[in-house]
Structures are given as structure tokens and as C-alpha cells.
Ligand binder design. Structure first.
Ligand SMILES: [Zn+2]
Length: 204
């Protein structure tokens, strides 16, 4: 939340309150992670904007000092839900990944790629994704988790396209490039590889 024109050391009139997590619901057979601890930081410098970010295991919600208690509750719920939605798009479960793959196949590959399974794996260091054309299975490196959803979607489209066109010929890329953020995602992954001293490997 540091932008141009904001000085870190300037005195900001702020009050901090901690809202207990929403933990009143009955036990769930497949429990979600516990609700995050929420810390509200009010500032007189804020007029209308509300912001939120994760800090350790807490969610920090920034809001104008003049907000009422009701507005605070409303905005805390809204911002926590928004963060959780973003996180779940960045770290989908295996089932979520399979749904995304089906959706992408339908949108960009005329439903021609029908994988038998799509899942996360831990053992791919040099590759972001791989697929077994014989089995029709797709595996994505867990290192992609937390990256923007459009980057994960690119890797899914890439592996899905291999179920239609093996190899990396012109036909293959023509298919992959139906996904509009292909170039941008490749650049993103190339940058991550370079920053981590990994060989840039867009293949497989
Ligand atoms: Zn490939």
C-alpha cells in the first residue's frame, strides 16, 4: 500500500482493532481453513478507498476513519471474501483445476482436449507443466500456485493443446495463441525462471 506521494514515516492518525474470525458455524465434514484474523486499520487520510492485504496469517483491512461500525463489518466481510476468491483462483484444488481445464478447452480449443486427469505435482522443478498424451493426464507444478490466474490458465491451455497437437510446431502454437494472454504469460514465466536461476523451459 505504498505508492507515490505516500511517506512511510508520516504520522497517520490510525486506530487498529481486531475483529474475531467468523467461527460460529457448526463443524463441517470437509473443513475449510479457519477464517483469518482480521485487523482493521482506520486512517483519517483515507476518504473513500478501502484496501486489504495479507500480513502473515492476518488480513489487514484499511478504511477511512469516518466509517461506522456497520460499514466496517460490511467492508471487512466484502474484502475478506474478495481476497479469498482471488487466492482460490491462484491456488485451485485439483478439482478446481480440472474445472478450469474443461472451461479453457471449451473456450479456446473447441472442447477438443479432454484430459483424463488434471492435478498438481511437487516433483517438477524445471517444468511448469507436463502431460502424458497416452494417458491424457496433465500435471502442473505446485510452484505455479500463487501466481496470477491468467498465468496458470496459460500453462493449462499449453498442456491441453498437447492433447490435440503433440510437439511444438506451428500448428501447436497457433492453437495455444487462441488464448489471448499467451505472450504475456510466457514473458511472466520467463521472468520467474530467470529470477530463480532456472533454465527457461517453455517446452513439454
Ligand atoms: Zn509444450
Amino acid at each position: 500500500m505504498i505508492g507515490p506521494g505516500m511517506r512511510l514515516s508520516s504520522p497517520v492518525a490510525a486506530t487498529v482493532s481486531v475483529v474475531p474470525g467468523r467461527s460460529q458455524s457448526p463443524p463441517d465434514p470437509s473443513p475449510d481453513p479457519p477464517p483469518p484474523r482480521v485487523e482493521v486499520r482506520r486512517s483519517r487520510r483515507r476518504r473513500r478507498t478501502v484496501g486489504a492485504y495479507r500480513e502473515g496469517d492476518a488480513v489487514v483491512v484499511l478504511m477511512p476513519a469516518r466509517f461506522t461500525a456497520a460499514e466496517e463489518r460490511q467492508w471487512v466481510d466484502k474484502m475478506v471474501a474478495r481476497l479469498e476468491q482471488r487466492d482460490s483462483r491462484r491456488k485451485p484444488s485439483d478439482a478446481g483445476l480440472a474445472r478450469r481445464a474443461a472451461d479453457l478447452s471449451s473456450r479456446y480449443l473447441d472442447d477438443r482436449a479432454v484430459p483424463s486427469s488434471v492435478r498438481w505435482v511437487d516433483n517438477q522443478q524445471a517444468r511448469w507443466g507436463s502431460c502424458s498424451i497416452d494417458e491424457g493426464s496433465i500435471r502442473l507444478s505446485r510452484r505455479l500456485q500463487g501466481m496470477p490466474a491468467w498465468v496458470i490458465d496459460y500453462v493449462l491451455v499449453h498442456e491441453l493443446a498437447h492433447l490435440v497437437v503433440p510437439g511444438h510446431g506451428r500448428d501447436f502454437w497457433r492453437l495455444v495463441e487462441r488464448y489471448p494472454r499467451t505472450e504475456r504469460a510466457r514473458g511472466y514465466l520467463e521472468g520467474v525462471s530467470e529470477a530463480n536461476g532456472l533454465p527457461w523451459n517453455d517446452g513439454d
